[in-house]
Design a protein around this ligand. Structure first.
Ligand code: KPL
Length: 298
């Protein structure tokens, strides 16, 4: 049955994964696309473990939303989030809970400030998904998603996600710590994979790539420490992610291959800004960003 109150903004891999997973639970959301589509209804295909399931969802765009939004899962790229939210702002209920699933940091805090009269949540996810075709999502790696409020909250608007949901979702009262953890991992892996145009596992080459990875890890740890974040065994975590996602193309490398704007300004860009404000030197991050820019990767 369609559930009037739930909407998913963005039909990329995460948007389709979340829409299909909500559908699997019987909460069939409406999927908000950037542009109007000739179709008003799509059969969303979810592939995982050699199985395929279909979920019928209504698709709308900002102009054709008919109703008001109580629960919104935002799956746009970090750089598109504010504009996408702005386009649907008139439909947000006063008590709307907004869950942000962007990579990196910065965009979530901007949204939380701009939408201070709503309840803004952030999520940090390690689920792996890609979109082999429009509205067809492959859930390649079962991860976990931590969610928590960025602004004060008295009720958990996303309680339903914590149980009997095909994605593993957990509540974290200090979600910024989780965002920092993922940011730190992405700061070491994503830009380098885009620079070398390689899979995550290829960074552990025992040579040039790996030594650059190691230097990024050391610098990232210094920023985490200066920012007062809990100590993290970042070296082990980064190596672990490179091993478990060895055959993955990182989201940044994928964007770079397709000539799209990447989320790097919200990943290494955020870290570099933070380092500057904390007076921490991060020369290897600067070099990485300069080299990426010189290749037209932004
Ligand atoms: O989060 C990722 C990404 O691609 O953005 C990693 C952890 C690097 C997995 O590919």
């Amino acid at each position: 049955m369609h559930c009037d109150k739930w909407f998913v903004l963005g039909a990329g891999s995460m948007g389709c994964l979340w829409a299909a997973s909500l559908g699997h639970k019987g909460i069939i959301p409406r999927l908000i696309l950037r542009a109007s589509s000739e179709r008003q209804h799509v059969a969303l295909k979810l592939r995982s473990d050699d199985q395929a399931q279909y979920f019928g969802v209504d698709v709308v765009c900002a102009r054709t939303i008919n109703g008001s939004i109580d629960r919104l899962v935002v799956c746009t790229k970090a750089q598109d989030t504010l504009a996408a939210l702005h386009s649907i702002e008139p439909y947000l209920n006063d008590n709307c809970h907004i869950l942000l699933l962007q990579n990196g940091m910065g965009s979530q805090q901007t949204v939380a400030q701009r939408y201070a009269n709503h309840v803004v949540w952030a999520a940090s996810s390690t689920d792996g998904a890609y979109l082999p075709a429009p509205f067809e999502v492959c859930h390649a790696g079962q991860g976990e998603t931590w969610i928590g409020p960025l602004t004060g909250v008295s009720t958990n608007g996303f309680d339903e996600l914590l149980h009997n949901f095909r994605l593993t979702v957990r509540y974290h009262p200090a979600i910024e710590e989780k965002l920092w953890e993922k940011l730190a991992i992405n700061c070491c892996i994503n830009g380098l994979t885009a620079l070398f145009n390689c899979r995550n596992g290829e960074l552990l080459d025992g040579g040039v790539k790996q030594s650059r990875l190691d230097r990024l890890v050391v610098e990232t740890c210094s920023v985490l420490h200066a920012a007062g974040m809990p100590a993290l065994p970042l070296h082990d975590r980064v190596y672990g992610v490179c091993q478990t996602t060895a055959s993955n193309i990182s989201s940044t490398c994928r964007d770079a291959r397709q000539g799209r704007a990447t989320e790097l300004p919200f990943i290494n860009g955020f870290l570099i800004d933070k380092a500057r404000s904390l007076d921490v030197a991060v020369p290897h991050h600067h070099t990485l960003m300069t080299q990426l820019r010189s290749r037209g990767i932004r």
